[in-house]
Design a protein around this ligand. Structure first.
Ligand code: CTP
Length: 399
C-alpha cells in the first residue's frame, strides 16, 4: 500500500540531542515513503551527527544558520514549501525558543515562517520533560495548533529510565501518515467534551454513581483531536487513559467539579459536546466519617445537581455550538426532542437502552441525531469510534 507521505514535502528540523542519530533513520524512512525532505539543523545538532549524512540521504543541502558565510538562507521559502514541518528531535531548548518566538537559527526561523502544520517529536531527560517550564512551553505550542508526537518511555542517555525518549522513527512516520490520511476538517477548532460518569460522595468510602464508562466521550475527543481540533476533555471517574497531544484532559469526580471545569473553559470554545452521564442528584449532606449500619433502614436526602448542558445552552454565543446526548429507555424521540429545545442544543444524539450492543460499557453504539432543523438522522450499530466520526461529520456542517 502506498504511504500517505508519498509526494509530500517535509521540512525536517533537527535540534541538539543524542536522539539526532535516530533522525538519520527517520530521514531514510521518509524518503522510502516517497516524501521529499529538506533538512535543517541547529548548530548543536551538527555536533551529534554531521550535516553531510543528512544532505547525502536527502539529496538537498542542509541549512543551519539564516545567514551563512556564502549566503542568506531563505527561511520564508522553506516555511511555504513544506506540507509539514517536523522537528525531531525537539529539545527543551528548541521548544522554549519556539514558544517564545525566538529566531536565532534556521530551525527557529522556519518555524516562525511556516504556514504548514508543525509536529514536534521531543527528546529530553525525564525531569526536563516533566518540568513546569517545559509543560508550559508545550501547552503554548499546542495552543498555536502544533502537534506533539508522544514521547516514549525507556532508558535515557543519562542512564535514567522514564518518559522523554524521542518516539521511534517508525512511530513518527505512522503519526504523520495518520495525519495525511485524515481530513483536518476541525483544524484549529476548540472543542469541549464532557465524558464519563460522576461520583457523588455519601461518606468517605461510598458514592452514588452510574454505569457510564466514558468510552463514547473519549472516542469523540480522540476523533476530534485527529481531525485537528484542540480538545478540552472533562472526564469523570473512568479507567480510560487518553494520550493525544491535541487533547487536554481535566479529571473530575463530582457533578459540581464537572460543572466548574466545563463552565471555566466554555467561553473560549467553538463547540461543546456533552457526552457525560452526569448525576442528576447528589446527597444533601456528605458524612465526613463512614456511616455505620446502626439502623434497619437508611434514608438519603438528595438535592439536584447543576445542569451543565442547560447552563452552557444559556451562555452559548451565536457562533458557538452545543451538542447534547439523551439516553432514554422509552418515548425516546419525544424525550430527546424536548431536551434539544430545553437545553438549547444545536443537535442531540439519542441512544436507547432498548438497542442491543449499544450504550453503557459496550464498544459499539447505535444513535439517532435530531437537530434544531427538526431533521432526524438514523445510524446503524457501529463501533463508538465510528459513531464519533458520524457525530463530528454532522458537527462540521455547522461550522
Ligand atoms: N447533562 C449535564 N448536566 C447534568 C445533567 C445532564 O450536562 N446535570 C447533559 C448530559 O451530558 C446530556 C444531556 O444533558 O448531554 C441530557 O442528559 P440526561 O441525563 O439524558 O437528561 P436530564 O436533563 O438529566 O433529564 P432526565 O434525567 O429527566 O432524562
Amino acid at each position: 500500500m502506498s504511504s500517505s507521505l508519498k509526494g509530500k514535502k517535509i521540512v525536517l528540523g533537527i535540534s541538539g540531542s543524542i536522539a539526532a542519530y535516530k533522525s538519520v533513520f527517520l530521514l531514510r524512512l521518509l524518503i522510502k515513503a516517497g516524501a521529499e525532505v529538506q533538512v535543517l539543523m541547529t548548530e548543536a545538532a551538527t555536533k551529534f551527527v554531521a550535516p553531510l549524512t543528512f544532505s547525502t540521504l536527502s539529496k538537498n543541502p542542509v541549512h543551519t544558520e539564516v545567514v551563512s558565510e556564502e549566503s542568506w538562507n531563505n527561511h520564508v521559502e522553506y516555511g511555504l514549501w513544506g506540507d509539514a514541518y517536523l522537528i525531531a528531535p525537539a529539545t527543551a531548548n528548541t521548544l522554549a525558543g519556539m514558544a517564545a518566538g525566538i529566531c536565532q537559527n534556521m530551525v527557529q526561523a522556519v518555524y516562525l515562517s511556516a504556514r504548514c502544520p508543525v509536529f514536534f517529536a521531543p527528546a529530553m531527560d525525564l525531569d526536563m520533560w516533566v518540568h513546569p517550564a517545559t509543560k508550559k512551553n508545550k501547552q503554548t505550542l499546542e495552543g498555536y495548533g502544533n502537534q506533539f508526537i508522544p514521547v516514549e518511555d525507556g532508558e535515557l542517555a543519562s542512564g535514567l529510565v522514564g518518559k522523554g525518549r524521542m518516539a521511534e522513527p517508525e512511530n513518527i512516520i505512522a503519526f504523520l501518515e495518520r495525519y495525511f490520511n485524515k481530513t483536518q476538517d476541525l483544524l484549529g477548532k476548540k472543542i469541549l467534551v464532557t465524558a464519563g460518569p460522576t461520583y457523588e460522595p455519601i461518606d468517605p468510602v461510598r458514592f452514588i454513581g452510574n454505569r457510564s464508562s466514558g468510552k463514547m466521550g473519549v472516542a469523540i475527543a480522540e476523533a476530534a483531536a485527529e481531525r485537528g481540533a484542540n480538545v478540552q476533555l472533562v472526564l469523570g471517574p473512568s479507567v480510560l487513559d487518553v494520550n493525544h497531544s491535541n487533547i487536554k484532559i481535566i479529571r473530575v469526580k463530582t457533578a459540581e467539579e464537572m460543572y466548574q471545569a466545563s463552565v471555566a473553559v466554555f467561553g473560549e470554545m467553538d463547540a461543546g459536546i456533552m457526552a457525560a452521564a452526569v448525576a442528576d442528584y447528589t446527597p444533601q449532606d456528605v458524612s465526613d466519617i463512614k456511616i455505620k449500619k446502626k439502623t434497619p433502614g437508611l434514608t438519603l436526602e438528595l438535592k439536584k445537581t447543576k445542569d451543565i448542558a442547560a447552563h452552557l445552552g444559556k451562555e452559548k454565543r451565536e457562533q458557538q455550538l452545543l451538542v447534547g446526548f439523551a439516553l432514554e429507555t422509552n418515548n425516546e424521540l419525544e424525550n430527546a426532542s424536548a431536551k434539544l429545545k430545553k437545553k438549547n442544543f444545536d443537535f442531540i444524539v439519542l441512544n436507547s437502552t432498548r438497542d442491543k450492543g449499544a450504550t453503557f460499557g459496550y464498544d459499539s453504539n447505535k444513535i439517532t441525531i435530531i437537530n434544531n432543523k427538526t431533521e432526524r438522522l438514523e445510524f446503524e450499530l457501529k463501533s463508538k469510534r465510528a459513531v464519533a466520526e458520524d457525530i463530528l461529520d454532522h458537527l462540521v456542517t455547522y461550522f
